[in-house]
Structure formats: structure tokens, C-alpha cells
Design a protein around this ligand. Structure first.
Ligand SMILES: Nc1ncnc2c1ncn2[C@@H]1O[C@H](COP(=O)(O)OP(=O)(O)OP(=O)(O)O)[C@@H](O)[C@H]1O
Length: 241
């Protein structure tokens, strides 16, 4: 009995039972020339492990702000962000960076790949930064890139890849450290409709296949409908979309 309870405590402490991501009472205000702009006012959001949630909201309502806070790139003015059960506000900047590296993957609208490195190196480097050996990292990079149909393109630099290929490499890079959470801001918003559909389907398949929880901002209702749940932002709060 006590060992069972002990195991439960252990599991909870490691965050296995906790939501992948939780925002509790999150507030964010920007100071502007016109005064204070309250963007998030007591925002609440929970992503279960493996849950894929679309964030669909009008321009300027705070989607990027929410993603930056969820990704520990910024600190909220009030409230707390929990990543796999850990309160991020209690962590040092180094602690937050470590969580960002190992637990969270990001995909942006524009690929943000390092232009002087090949596709493979772009997927290898974040793994080495998180402690993987070069060989391990290279093997995983090749597997991931192959999963996105990029075999034969591993040694191309981003400038020699198409927009769709660049975004596929960016997704592979985001998944390189087997994160628990993927955060994406219009991940296919820069692609033509046909390519966007294809790359988005590949992104969802990869995320589902790896059991990664995802919060994906998109303006495209058809793409949002393919996710488990849709949320929006209204008056600074997260509400069902
Ligand atoms: N650093 C900042 N300083 C001042 N105001 C900011 C800052 N960042 C964002 N804002 C303002 O906060 C509001 C929310 O911005 P945010 O980028 O989060 O919106 P968004 O929903 O992602 O918009 P879009 O869909 O156009 O990308 C906007 O009014 C924006 O002008």
C-alpha cells in the first residue's frame, strides 16, 4: 500500500500526471504611449498530455503574447505558467531555459532556421545543446527529416530548400528533443494553400504520433477543425472557440 502511494507521489512529482501545460490567472499588460494595454487578464488554459488545441482569435487579441508566456519566453505580470506540473515562476532564468530546451518545441510562421547550417545540422544542434551526443543527435535528425520526406535534402542549407521544406525542417527541429509541448504560431501561414494543407497534416501526424501536446495559433478555421479543441481569446481570457 505505502509503496503504491509512494509511486503515485513520485509520478506526480515528475509531472507525469500533471497537465502538459497550465496557465492559471495569467495577466500581461503592455505599457504604450496611449497608456496601459491589458492583453491577458486572468487567462486560464489547460492542455492535457497529447492534446492538440487550436488558438483562433482576431489579430491583435494576444495569441503571440499567450504563446510567448506559455513557452517561458516572457514572464507574466501575474498568475503562473505550469509546465508538466512545475511552476515556471519559481525557476531561475537558467531553469526556464533548461525547460524550454528539453520540454517545449516552437514553430514560427517564418522558419527561423540558421541559414549557415544544413537542414540536418539545424535539427542536430538543439539536441546537442540539450546534452545528446553528435551521433545520437544525427541519427534522430535523420529519422525526423525522413518522416517529413526530406531524405536526400539533409545536407542542403535552408536557402536551397522550398518554403514547405524549410517549414518541415523547422517542425523536425521543434520535435528534436522529444518535447512534451509544441507551441506553434501560424506554422503554415507563410505557405500557399496546397502546401499549407500538406505540411499541416504532416505536423499533426507527427505531433499525434509522438503524443506531444500542442497549442497552435492559426487564422485558418479548416486547419483548426482538424485539432481536438478550439479556443479563442475574448477580453483577455481564453474561452472555447
Ligand atoms: N512589446 C509590446 N509592447 C507594447 N504592445 C505590445 C507588445 N507586444 C504586443 N503588443 C500589443 O499587444 C496586443 C496583442 O499582441 P499579440 O502580438 O499578442 O497579438 P496576436 O493576436 O498574436 O496578433 P496577430 O494575429 O496580428 O499576430 C496588440 O495590440 C499588440 O500591439
Amino acid at each position: 500500500m505505502s509503496s503504491v502511494l509512494g509511486e503515485e507521489r513520485h509520478v506526480t512529482r515528475n509531472g507525469e500526471n500533471a497537465p502538459a501545460l497550465r496557465l492559471a490567472g495569467v495577466e500581461r499588460r503592455y505599457r504604450t504611449e496611449a497608456g496601459e494595454l491589458p492583453v491577458l487578464v486572468g487567462a486560464e488554459l489547460e492542455l492535457e498530455a497529447g492534446e492538440i488545441v487550436a488558438l483562433v482569435a482576431p489579430s491583435g487579441t494576444g495569441k503571440s503574447t499567450l504563446l510567448h508566456l506559455a513557452g517561458l519566453l516572457e514572464r507574466p505580470d501575474a498568475g503562473e505558467v505550469y509546465v508538466a506540473g512545475r511552476a515556471a515562476g519559481t525557476l531561475s532564468d537558467d531553469g526556464r531555459t533548461a525547460i524550454r530546451r528539453t520540454t517545449i518545441g516552437f514553430v514560427y510562421q517564418f522558419h527561423h532556421l540558421l541559414p549557415e547550417f544544413t537542414a540536418e545540422e539545424n535539427v542536430v544542434l538543439p539536441q546537442m545543446a540539450a546534452g545528446a551526443s553528435r551521433n545520437q543527435a544525427r541519427e534522430r535528425a535523420r529519422t525526423l527529416l525522413a518522416g517529413f520526406g526530406l531524405t536526400g535534402r539533409e545536407h542542403h542549407r535552408p536557402g536551397r530548400l522550398s518554403g514547405g521544406e524549410q517549414q518541415r525542417v523547422a517542425i523536425a527541429r521543434a520535435l528534436a528533443n522529444a518535447p512534451r509541448i509544441l507551441l506553434a504560431d501560424e506554422p503554415t501561414g507563410n505557405l500557399d494553400v496546397a502546401t499549407s494543407d500538406l505540411v499541416f497534416a504532416e505536423l499533426l501526424a507527427a505531433v499525434r504520433g509522438q503524443g506531444v501536446a500542442a497549442l497552435i495559433a492559426t487564422h485558418n478555421p479548416a486547419l483548426a477543425a482538424r485539432m481536438d479543441r478550439v479556443v479563442t481569446l475574448r477580453e483577455g481570457k481564453v474561452v472555447p472557440g
